[in-house]
Write a protein that binds this ligand. Structure first.
Ligand SMILES: Nc1ncnc2c1ncn2[C@@H]1O[C@H](COP(=O)(O)OP(=O)(O)OP(=O)(O)O)[C@@H](O)[C@H]1O
Ligand SMILES: [Mg+2]
Length: 213
């Protein structure tokens, strides 16, 4: 049986009002899962809970078999640096630096080498010398995905990674992400509005009426 990389049980969280209650899920190595739901249903919040950034009001999150929110700050830092790859809904590239410099920062921090094949597959190899500010939104998004993959994460959290992309480019990005997990034994948790992209994952859950089904 495949190793469980993420296990969440009984997750309940509210800000001003209750967002969701008793969310349970398990994600194994080599697996991809999509969570779909309407704007404001709490998808990004759920992803932040799974990826070390928000401690839920109730429930347990285990990453790589270890309870997450009882760990010391430096252990959580190490998880973020080496093991978790997060593709944010709004990317955080350094605008004044070139695409290559942005990717180098990530691989330097994690001690991994950049995989030229990933740049080629994402069709951004030719753009590496350009400043981020001079790239289109979709090109920037693909650079941010390359930056995440170049640190060789064991689990990828992706929040609308294809939001700025046309269908053809979106499908290409999904293929790169799915190939990566099949090759490395990582897993992917995708959050999206896009049903077609969600269908490319092994399983699809829906966040609706405050529960995950
Ligand atoms: N840090 C916060 N403090 C207070 N309220 C928050 C915070 N983060 C999110 N919320 C609220 O929680 C709700 C869910 O937000 P969230 O970003 O998780 O939704 P989402 O499903 O990702 O939406 P979208 O599809 O538009 O990205 C929203 O009503 C939002 O205003
Ligand atoms: Mg969101």
């Amino acid at each position: 049986m495949s190793q469980t990389l993420l296990e969440a049980s009984g997750i309940t969280h509210s800000f001003d009002t209750l967002l969701f209650s008793n969310v349970n899920l398990r994600l194994n190595a080599y697996e991809s899962m999509a969570i779909i739901g309407r704007s404001g249903s709490g998808k990004s919040t759920l992803l932040h809970i799974f990826s070390t950034f928000i401690k839920p009001n109730e429930g347990s999150v285990k990453l790589f078999g270890n309870e997450l929110y009882i760990q010391k700050d430096n252990a959580i830092e190490a998880l973020r640096r080496y093991d978790i790859g997060i593709i944010f809904q709004f990317h955080y590239l350094f605008k004044g630096m070139s695409a290559m410099e942005n990717i180098e920062v990530a691989s330097m921090l994690s001690g991994e080498v950049i995989d030229a094949e990933i740049l080629e597959k994402l069709e951004i190899k030719e753009l590496m010398g350009q400043r981020i500010g001079d790239l289109s939104g979709g090109q920037q998004q693909r650079v941010s995905i390359a930056r995440v993959l170049s640190k060789k994460p064991r689990i990828i959290f992706a929040d609308e990674p294809t939001g700025n992309l046309d269908k053809e480019t979106a499908t290409l990005v999904m293929k790169v992400l799915l190939d990566y997990i099949k090759q490395t034994g990582a897993c992917l948790l995708l959050v999206t509005h896009d049903e077609q992209m969600a269908e490319l994952c092994d399983s699809v859950y829906r966040l609706k009426d405050k529960v995950l089904v």
